[in-house]
Design a protein around this ligand. Structure first.
Ligand code: SF4
Length: 73
């Protein structure tokens, strides 16, 4: 994910996501515009209310939310 985007993090009312760095080189500044340098992580899946705001705001259509009710057996 591009580090400069983070729209999903900003719009999520329950702060489900966080971002972590996937490439770290000692004594070098990470290029936040390089693809694949940062990864979005669903840190608090149980906090998701399936409001779909993150899906609507993503310019890359990179997110899919499957409500728990649709997954339940
Ligand atoms: S669908 Fe879930 S993860 Fe996405 S903005 Fe709403 S609460 Fe947050």
């Amino acid at each position: 994910m591009p580090f400069a985007c983070k729209r999903c993090l900003q719009i999520c009312p329950t702060a489900v996501f966080n971002v972590h760095e996937t490439k770290m080189v000692r004594m070098e500044e990470t290029d936040k515009y390089e693809a694949g340098t940062y990864r979005l992580r669903v840190a608090f899946r149980d906090k998701c209310s399936a409001c779909m705001r993150c899906v609507e705001v993503c310019p890359e259509n990179a997110l899919t939310v499957i409500p728990a009710s649709a997954v339940a057996s």
